[in-house]
Design a protein around this ligand. Structure first.
Ligand code: GDG
Length: 491
């Protein structure tokens, strides 16, 4: 944290992301502030609090005149203002084409390869280009110098690096791609493949969570673009500009904010059990996700069903609470997924004795971070079964929540996190029997084994925390800036 402070003092720092770190919205006539459920916000918010600067994001209150007027620019966090949000307002058509369309029906399934077919429409692409341009203008108008450090976040802004570079050639542009990058064959079906790649190559540094995704990106560029790829230094030279492609595994704040872990674990255990009318010794599992088809929630429920078939002694003694935050509900695929998840939970619960506690409790609603942590602390196990995930912060949050060194993490092999947390029970979410066996193992794991595994995982998350993630990117950027200043001076 202190390295960030000293390296960035006086620098002109701008973050660009689609999602706002705080939402100002009208609830029952009053304007209230909410923190959205998002891995990206979880990761960047502590950095912005440490460094200040400006965060440019898509404002989600366009329909409310007062929100638009009063909160176009606002200092946050509300309790202790440390940085600015500058909102970019989008029309319904822009949001439909850029956000729901090209970003989430095109790029999201394209990059995750989770068996949902990407949909590409020219009308969506047109809005995607227009919105990227709108954000490029906002970056230029917000920058106080000719060479700001711009942190571009995610697949909503593939074209932004090139657009910024055209106006601010000396900017240091760090783009971080929070989702996976697929192999060249899979990526090639995107009708605007070359434009997306060229846009991203406007970056000075391009970051992914894993080396595997860096390799896939460089292979894709090598296959389709007239660029020089250097596999020694992992750089791409295109149009006279150099882009370094680097692995920066994202993480969470460490130590976790005190209010998250304030309530003692035994109190969390008994509160949550009382809340769900479960006996004191009842075993509890937890899942926390946006209600997204890439998170493998139906596969998770299937594994719970298999557990109860194979090990009926858990019927009535084990309940899995799934917190599912509503997300992208304007997209048909997500509406379909939500009803699939609801039907499946109901079907599984109805198979077992209704006088006993149910196997699954499904909570499709937003929860405050403190509530989420209370569930983490109350649970005997956390099950992350993503079909594909850039990193997955829930896995790391569960570990951070367990300062009692208890609880078992079951983690999909298809998450970036699985590469860092081998002490979790690593599973293939497509293999229901293997997942059921992992659930049984977790429910019967002796306390000392839980402690040994949890301590190793806590050591890793503590050391490779989100400050290190941002710090490594920003230190690489600082070194790049020093080098180019030196070159300028020496002609
Ligand atoms: C993308 C990539 C990558 C969830 N429900 C609630 C809630 N959450 C919070 C979790 C966690 C975050 O949302 C989800 O983070 P993930 O990393 O699991 O997933 P994505 O949102 O898909 O994030 C992912 C990440 O970017 C960062 O690079 O790891 O691979 O897909 O913090 O706790 N938070 C609250 N209420 C909820 O109901 N408050």
């Amino acid at each position: 944290r202190s390295i960030l402070h000293s390296e960035l003092r006086g620098e002109d720092i701008i973050v660009v992301s689609n999602r706002e770190p705080y939402i100002h919205q009208r609830i029952d006539g009053r304007i209230e502030v909410q923190r959205p459920a998002s891995g990206l916000v979880t990761a960047l918010e502590p950095i912005m609090r440490a460094c200040s600067g400006t965060w440019i994001a898509h404002g989600s209150g366009t329909a409310d005149r007062e929100v638009v007027d009063r909160f176009d620019r606002v200092a946050v966090p509300p309790e202790t203002p440390a940085y600015q949000i500058r909102r970019v307002w989008l029309s319904k058509e822009e949001e439909k084409g850029y956000y729901y369309g090209f970003s989430n029906e095109g790029l999201w399934p394209l990059c995750h390869i989770a068996h949902v077919r990407p949909t590409f429409r020219t009308s969506d692409w047109t809005q995607y280009v227009a919105v990227n341009r709108k954000f490029a203008k906002a970056v230029v108008s917000e920058s106080r110098t000719k060479n700001p450090i711009v942190l571009v976040q995610d697949y909503h802004f593939a074209l932004l690096p090139k657009m910024i570079r055209e106006v601010l050639p000396d900017a240091t542009i760090i783009t971080f791609w929070h989702i996976p990058w697929p192999n060249p064959e899979s990526f090639a079906i995107c009708p605007w493949r070359d434009e997306v790649l060229e846009g991203m190559l406007g970056s000075s540094i391009l970051g992914f969570h894993t080396q595997f995704h860096c390799n896939n990106f460089v292979d894709t560029v090598d296959r389709f673009i007239e660029a020089r790829v250097d596999r020694e230094s992992f750089t791409v030279s295109y149009g006279g500009k150099l882009t370094a492609v680097r692995r920066y595994p994202i993480s969470i704040e460490w130590p976790p904010a005190p209010e998250m872990v304030q309530k003692p674990v035994p109190d969390c255990r008994s509160n949550i059990r009382q809340l769900h009318k479960l006996p004191a010794e009842h075993k509890l599992g937890v899942g926390v996700d946006r209600l997204d088809y890439t998170k493998g929630i139906t596969e998770r429920f299937h594994a719970i069903e298999r557990l109860l078939e194979l090990n009926p002694e858990w019927v009535g003694r084990f309940t899995f609470v799934q917190i599912a935050a509503p997300t992208r509900s304007g997209i048909e695929e997500y509406q379909h997924h939500e009803s699939q998840v609801r039907d499946m939970a109901m079907r599984i619960n109805s198979r077992f004795d209704s006088n006993l506690p149910p196997p699954i409790v499904l909570k499709v609603e937003h929860h405050e971070p403190r509530e989420v942590y209370e569930y983490f602390r109350a649970a005997d196990l956390c099950f992350v079964s993503s079909l594909h995930d850039g990193m997955n912060l829930v896995a790391k949050e569960f570990v951070a929540a367990r300062d009692d060194d208890r609880g078992v993490l079951i983690l999909s092999q298809f998450t970036g996190a699985a590469r860092e947390l081998p002490e979790a029970l690593i599973v293939n979410p497509y293999d229901a029997d293997q997942c059921a066996a992992a659930l049984h193992l977790a429910l019967t794991m002796p306390a000392d084994e839980q402690r040994d595994r949890m301590r190793l995982m806590r050591g890793l998350v503590a050391e490779f925390n989100v400050f290190r993630w941002a710090g490594r990117m920003l230190l690489d950027a600082a070194a790049m800036r020093r080098r180019s200043r030196l070159l300028d001076k020496n002609g």
